[in-house]
Each structure stands twice: as structure tokens, then as C-alpha cells.
Design a protein around this ligand. Structure first.
Ligand SMILES: [Zn+2]
Length: 159
């Protein structure tokens, strides 16, 4: 099996930073990228009891770039269950992304014969696999790649 090991160029659409033609809509808020959605979900929702700052999600959704959303996400007070929730949040973000954008879903399905790995140079060995010399002996967990393959399988089964 061949591997798509970098989400650039032709495979840019696999990146969470890819700007969506149809944004992710969730609970009345639109997110232009999966990154915006993921960062926003770190905060409690507006109707959650004990929400510390119910506007965090709206602020993040309105950030002009996924980089800004990520940086803001680093400053907010995390919901108490975030560690347990984050994989499911990412999975949902990916499902919503590809469900809202059928052309991207077709492109995802066309990678069927490939293993997906988010190769990077920013030392992310949790969601991807860093390819820098320093990380050469660390095998990335590639959680994003596995979730993408899981979602791909889901859309293959449910047409
Ligand atoms: Zn590295």
C-alpha cells in the first residue's frame, strides 16, 4: 500500500487548515476550517452550565485564519473534559467537513488505496509524524491520519 505522507499540493484538502468552500456549521456557528472548529470546541458551549466564556466559540469562528484560531485556542480556558473529548471532536469536525463538501468527499474517497499520514516539520508526533532529523527516532501516532481513514471508510460504506 502506498502512503500519502504530506498534506500539501494535490492533497492540501486533507489538512485541517484547508479553507472550506462550505464552512462547517455546528450549533448555529460557522467554522471556515476544521482547525477553527476544533479550537472552538475546547471551550464550553454557550448553553453549557458553568460556561466561563460563552463567546469563545464565536470569537474563534470569526478568526481570519486557522493560525489565529489555533493561537487563540491556546489562550482559552479548556473545558474540563477536553482530554477525553478531543479525539471525538476531531472525528466530528472531519465528518462535518466532508459531509458539507461533496467534492472533497469524492477526493477523500479517491485516496482509498493509500495510507494517510500527516507528515510535518513542526514536531507534531501526536496528530501526525514529524520528519525532521531530531524526531527521526520517534514514530508519530498519526491520529489525524487514522481519523481521516476512519471517516473515509465511513463515507465509503454510507453513500
Ligand atoms: Zn521534529
Amino acid at each position: 500500500m502506498n502512503t500519502i505522507s504530506i498534506f500539501k499540493g494535490k492533497y492540501n484538502f486533507l489538512s485541517n487548515f484547508f479553507t472550506l468552500e462550505v464552512p462547517i456549521a455546528y450549533n448555529g456557528i460557522s467554522y471556515p476550517t476544521v482547525e477553527h472548529f476544533y479550537q472552538a470546541m475546547k471551550s464550553l458551549g454557550p448553553t453549557d452550565p458553568g460556561a466561563l466564556n460563552p463567546v469563545d466559540r464565536i470569537i474563534i469562528a470569526g478568526d481570519s485564519s486557522p493560525f489565529m484560531a489555533r493561537n487563540f485556542g491556546r489562550t482559552i480556558r479548556l473545558r474540563p473534559d477536553w482530554e477525553n473529548a478531543k479525539i471525538s471532536v476531531m472525528r466530528l469536525g472531519l465528518i462535518l467537513k466532508f459531509a458539507a463538501n461533496p467534492e472533497l468527499k469524492t477526493q477523500l474517497l479517491s485516496t482509498w488505496e493509500s495510507v494517510l499520514v500527516e507528515g510535518n516539520h513542526w514536531h507534531d508526533n501526536i496528530w501526525g509524524n514529524c520528519m525532521c532529523p531530531k524526531c527521526a527516532n520517534t514514530k508519530g501516532q498519526n491520529l489525524l491520519g487514522y481519523l481521516l481513514m476512519e471517516v473515509r471508510e465511513l463515507f465509503r460504506l454510507i453513500k
